[in-house]
Design a protein around this ligand. Structure first.
Ligand code: TTP
Ligand code: MG
Length: 597
């Protein structure tokens, strides 16, 4: 149900300041909110924990976006013939999600396959255990949102927060008349919009931005979504699912309490998890209203000062946490759950299944992980889903060297390290029963050759951030992409590496190996030399096209160094001492920018 009528009514009623009512809204926005903040604080001082500072949350406009039936949408894009059929995505024996055709027939998220099939015998099931397509689509969505606004924070695979405050302020400044100020989508509780209230105006503009963003995601990526618009992340998230699918809702401050108190249980508040909810239950607190009105001192005594204050603030919808741009992933992990795994051999087998895909992701990312973590879940009748245990360790230096050079030599030694972690948690002398194994690579650091500012960064052959699949349309973009990199590389050399480059002379004849399928880039590329017939093996990650555009003397220097390295580049299995010696020999050569040490 759209709400534009309401807004129009108020626009007519706002004739006390005709025409001029928006020109100064941006500057007034903050000051106009102060009386409301005081009122809120007073009320909370009386009813809940005191001393909330709502000034940050009240002055922001946050959009929370949640993709509709995410995995199912990805599957429908991959196989359009499934679009109008009831579709479920299956992992093990669970339908983790289903499209809205299936939902209208009674299938629900997280239903057992058996139950879903009973309700909907025509349900089409696709296997969703390989997360790669969902992950890739997920990052495409975030990247698209970042084109709108730099303040985008990912939450899981299919949710993003966008802080659109600045965009709203800009629109406020541009707003000359109120004629196009119409809320996009729904207003929670159908609450009337007051165009004299700057907070309302800001949220209405936020709703328009949310609509623009959702439309862009739909037209560019073919994905529909829901959005919530509110003054902080917590409220935006809570309100975004009010109307589903493919709709959006804005929350006005006056409806905040209604939204919170309509939640079914404290655990519906993001930030209050299963364990905290259980502890609250022992205090007789189940509803949000009960949490809001529970005496603060008693709660602090039971839960500790920090947790008590935090959750009571949340129960009032008070959340000052900023939208923190997610940036590249902090870790890479993959897990598998199963009914039973109870021998060492089975554990090894599961790890060998998990690692290749995971290593591939790390390899594509280009950074080198320094920490490895193993998480297990043991079967426990009382805490079936929640008893997880982890151990982690630094990745041994001799294995670190192998990251970025293909994964074949890593699999088996990594399994050995993981088994050591496993033995720290499980005594294999007595029976054990695992239901989950998870492996995480974290503490990711740039390879020396990929650090921004190093020549290696500019030469490194990376698929474009935008899209890793190269098609004809991308070819032109790619060419200019590499040209830019080459120019930067050249500039870098001119600025930083001149002393080394100057000692060389004579151009090296060169015919570049064509860059066609970046995804299939061989680990070592071969570059044919017309005269004399000599083959130079490029180190991995070096782009021949870019190389060809470097000054001849620099080419010669690099080739000389690579040639001298060829003899020692193959035996990756050489004793550690040899490798260490090689590393130190590289210091102060230009090559250090191109190869991981
Ligand atoms: P959700 O956003 O919870 O669900 P959804 O996007 O499928 O549906 P909705 O329209 O209600 O937003 O989760 C996003 C994806 O995460 C979902 O498509 C499948 C996956 N998922 C799991 O793998 N396990 C789970 O327990 C849940 C809830 C989701
Ligand atoms: Mg979703």
């Amino acid at each position: 149900m759209a709400y534009s009528g309401q807004c129009g009514d108020h626009r007519e009623g706002g004739t006390e300041r005709p025409g001029s009512q928006f020109w100064d809204l941006a500057s007034e926005l903050r000051s106009s909110m102060e009386p409301e903040e005081e009122e809120e604080e007073e009320r909370w001082d009386g009813e809940g924990p005191g001393g909330h500072n709502t000034s940050v949350s009240m002055s922001r406009v946050i959009v929370h976006m949640d993709l509709d039936c995410f995995y199912a949408q990805v599957e429908m894009i991959r196989k359009p013939e499934l679009k109008d059929k009831p579709l479920g995505v299956q992992q093990k024996s669970i339908v983790v999600t289903c499209n809205y055709v299936a939902r209208n027939l009674g299938v629900k998220k997280l239903m057992a396959v058996k139950a879903a099939k009973e309700i909907c015998p025509h349900l089409v099931l696709v296997n969703g255990e390989d997360l790669t397509p969902y992950r890739e689509t997920s990052y495409k969505v975030t990247e698209l949102l970042e084109e709108f606004c730099p303040l985008v924070e990912r939450l899981g695979f299919d949710e993003n927060f966008v802080d659109v405050t600045e965009m709203v302020e800009k629109r406020l400044k541009q707003q000359k008349t109120s004629s196009d100020l119409v809320v996009a989508g729904h207003v929670y509780n159908n609450h009337a919009i007051d165009l004299h209230d700057r907070t309302h105006v800001a949220l209405v503009l936020g709703s328009q931005i949310a609509e623009d963003i959702r439309r862009a995601v739909a037209t560019t990526l073919g994905l529909t979504s829901c959005a919530g618009v509110a003054s902080n992340k917590l409220l935006a998230k809570l309100v975004s699912g009010t109307f589903k699918p493919n709709q959006q809702t804005v929350l006005l401050p006056q409806s905040r309490q209604d939204l919170l108190r309509a939640l079914r249980g404290v655990q519906k508040i993001p930030g209050i998890g299963y364990k905290t909810a259980k502890r609250l239950e022992t205090l007789g607190i189940e509803s949000v209203w009960q949490l809001q009105t529970f005496p603060a001192t008693a709660l602090e005594k039971e839960l500790g000062l920090s947790l008590a204050r935090r959750i009571q603030k949340l129960s009032y919808g008070d959340d000052d946490s900023p939208v923190t741009p997610s940036g590249p992933p902090q870790s890479f992990s993959d897990e598998d759950s199963f009914k039973k795994c109870s021998t060492e051999a089975e554990v090894k087998e599961k790890l060998l299944e998990l690692l290749p895909n995971l290593l591939e992701r790390v390899y594509k990312d280009g950074r080198r992980p320094h920490t490895l973590r193993l998480t297990i879940r043991q079967s426990s009748s009382s805490e079936r889903w929640f008893h997880r245990e982890s151990r982690q360790c630094p990745i041994p230096p001799h294995l670190l060297q192998r990251f970025g050079q293909g994964n074949a030599n890593l699999l088996s030694p990594l399994v050995d390290v993981l088994m050591k972690l496993f033995h720290k948690m499980i005594n294999v002398e007595v029976p054990f029963h695992l239901t989950l194994l998870s492996v995480t690579f974290s503490n990711l650091k740039e390879l020396p050759s990929t650090k921004k500012g190093s020549i290696g960064f500019y030469l490194k052959e990376m698929p474009p951030k935008r899209d890793r699949e190269v098609d004809d349309g991308d070819a032109v973009w790619l060419q200019s992409h590499w040209r830019t990199r080459a120019t930067k590389a050249r500039r870098h050399l001119e600025e930083k590496d001149v002393p080394e480059a100057q000692v060389l002379n004579g151009p090296v004849p060169f015919s570049p190996h064509p860059v066609d399928h970046l995804e299939d880039t061989p680990k070592a590329m071969v570059c044919g030399q017309p005269e004399p017939t000599e083959v130079v093996v490029f180190p991995p990650d070096v782009d021949p096209q870019t190389f060809s555009e470097l000054p001849p003397d620099v080419q010669e220097d690099l080739m000389a160094q690579w040639k001298s390295q060829e003899a020692i580049s193959k035996p990756l299995e050489k004793p550690k001492a040899t490798n260490e010696k090689r590393s130190s020999a590289q210091v102060n050569t230009l090559l250090r920018y191109l190869k991981p040490r």
